[in-house]
Design a protein around this ligand. Structure first.
Ligand code: SAM
Length: 273
């Protein structure tokens, strides 16, 4: 995966907290950060209010917006298609093999509860570092002005969930080979869509820094070896990826643009993949 060099800029260069954050980022595996004059590089801004990447056109930062809405819906008893598709349960371990901006990982970490765990792989070193820092920092977050107790509860649950996610930089195909057989419950893939229609400014920076390769059959085979419950793939509705990779499409979400495909592990493990 290409390493795009990024410059780091501190709004308050003498602030010891920002200096420590800069050292932390520079220590992250795979990243190639540079200090000093930016010289047309994308800039990672470390500010007292937060951290964001600015590539001159768009900004990218960690924000658990989507996850908080989904946890709120979950607390109201509404169904989440991702949770239904993964069938992940309290106490279980889920591997999110394509972390991205972490919404699905946070929702899974909420569902597995305090005795469960989410291991999240991300091949982009910059995204992995941004996500790791964002998740770690959530516990120190000043909660926004809360409108009602359900929303306050959702934020508290989200903060607890964020601490159950272990972010690992690397290619999921390789990382999965390092795990023992049947050592987790669910492996989840949400690769970048091969035919993307998402041109919005919020998704553009993710596109620039993420790994766009299609999911490999070998990665699915490794997931099958590692998972004991199921493997789940999220893809565009009607995508030929489900057939190519051997997933059975999970019905539901008639109006949604995405579908989930499932490979059940427990029932089929005796058969050849
Ligand atoms: C569509 S995004 C995932 C979005 C995520 N589910 C969420 O809720 O925000 C896909 C992410 O997977 C990462 N990715 C793609 N291939 C990968 C691989 N082989 N190993 C690890 N990460 C990968 C991309 O860099 C990208 O950040």
């Amino acid at each position: 995966m290409n390493k795009i060099p990024v410059s780091i800029k501190l709004t308050h260069p003498n602030d010891p907290i920002l200096q420590a954050k800069m050292r932390w980022f520079m220590d992250q595996p795979g990243c190639s950060f540079q200090t000093g004059e930016p010289d047309l590089l994308p800039i990672l801004h470390l500010t007292r209010k937060g951290i964001f990447l600015d590539d001159g056109q768009n900004r990218l930062s960690f924000h658990p917006n989507l996850a908080i809405i989904r946890i709120l819906q979950g607390l109201r008893g509404e169904q989440d298609r991702f949770l239904v598709a993964t069938n992940v349960k309290p106490g279980q371990t889920l591997i999110d093999a394509t972390l991205g901006m972490g919404a699905d990982a946070l929702v899974a970490a909420w569902k597995v509860g305090e005795s469960g765990k989410v291991i999240a792989f991300e091949h982009s070193p910059l995204l992995a570092a941004l996500m790791k820092e964002g998740l770690l920092s959530l516990k120190d977050k000043q909660l926004p002005r809360i409108m009602n107790s359900l929303k306050l509860n959702a934020w508290k649950e989200l903060i607890l969930a964020s601490q159950r996610i272990e972010v690992i930089w690397g290619d999921h195909q390789k990382l999965l080979t390092e795990l023992p057989e049947s050592s987790v419950d669910v492996v989840y893939f949400d690769p970048m869509f091969r035919r993307t229609r998402e041109k919005s400014s919020s998704i553009q920076p993710l596109h620039r820094y993420s790994d766009h390769r299609p999911l490999q059959q070998e990665a699915v085979q490794e997931a099958y070896r590692v998972a004991c419950s199921r493997i789940v793939l999220k893809e565009r509705k009607g995508s030929s990826e489900f057939v190519r990779l051997g997933f059975q499409v999970f019905n539901g979400g008639r109006y949604s643009q995405v579908d989930y495909g499932i490979i059940n592990c427990c029932s089929t493990k005796e058969e050849t993949f």
